[in-house]
Design a protein around this ligand. Sequence first.
Ligand code: NAI
Length: 356
Amino acid sequence: METIYGTGRREASGTMSSSNLIMSEPIRVLVTGAAGQIAYSLLYSIAKGDVFGKDQTLILVLLDITPMMTVLDGVLMELQDCALPLLREVIATDKEEVAFKNLDVAVLVGSMPRKEGMERKDLLKANVKIFKSQGAALDKYAKKSVKVIVVGNPANTNCLTASKSAPSIPKENFSCLTRLDHNRAKSQIALKVGVTANDVKNCIIWGNHSSTQYPDVNHAKVKVQGKEVGVYEAVKNDNWLKGDFISTVQQRGAAVIKARKLSSAMSAAKAICDHVRDLWFGTPEGEFVSMGVISDGNSYGVPEDLIYSFPVVIKNKTWKFVEGLPINDFSREKMDLTAKELSEEKEMAVEFLSSA
Ligand code: NAI
């Protein structure tokens, strides 16, 4: 079935009924950059209930830019062909006023990629334009309770731009993805100790989703032979933990691009699912996770008003900083360095915001 929305380009829409008796009121979830490679891994997981649960019906809204509409129609057809019981409707569009309407959740994956010869400043400028416009659309069309997750790079600063452009939506509703970095850290420790990633908890990614991020395992725990111990005790190799471990996590995105000639997509999609599922259902007792959230100026010496990755716990769809973790000099220096980079990015973004 296809629906025509207003004038202009055709909006493809498919309505599906289910023979199952799943009675929940559908939630409306937007994925932008929906014709891209992360979305291709992400959409199926969301649609089959991995994120919002097996009883939660969904209306999935897919936004991409006009030249990608043919590809997007293909994604829509495939979602229909999955014959998933939870999926009530799929809407594919290139119009913000259609995409952002009545949203419960917005996953902003689409962004302007860095092109050859492009300066960081030019990249930031192009993205300020996109996220200013999408922030304004959230402000105008989405529910005020909408949860906004920014993935498109530079993720932290794009998230800040979107939040500043949506003043009627609480700043705390915005977060950016550093869960992939968090999962990478977890997995590196698990590989080193010879356990599964599930046996490692409470790693922290501080700061920017960039190579200045600081993966910190000073407060992390590993389950070894049924007993929970600190990571330093389990790994027994301080040099590795303070050297190669950190640079491996910081450089992992670049290593995947070098090997695959494409950026991380499967692992990024998995991390988005982890992030959004925790926002929706909360973090397990005794565990914290990393996400980029707005700094309040009172936590861990991070300047106010940056989207900085912190350790958080989540309950009732609300995150809180994990408080009171002791920070040593080694960590302090690295946390300040990544904060400095974010302050510089913010300064540029604010300049572009006022002129965009
Ligand atoms: P991709 O290039 O395969 O797909 C991006 C899609 O976004 C394209 O279909 C493009 O047309 C679309 N797009 C561009 N501008 C748009 C706009 N204004 N509105 C809606 N759609 C728009 O890229 P991929 O691999 O899916 O990655 C997407 C983004 O996620 C990139 O910025 C990438 O750097 C970032 N990323 C972030 C990670 C994180 O941990 N925060 C991890 C991995 C990737």
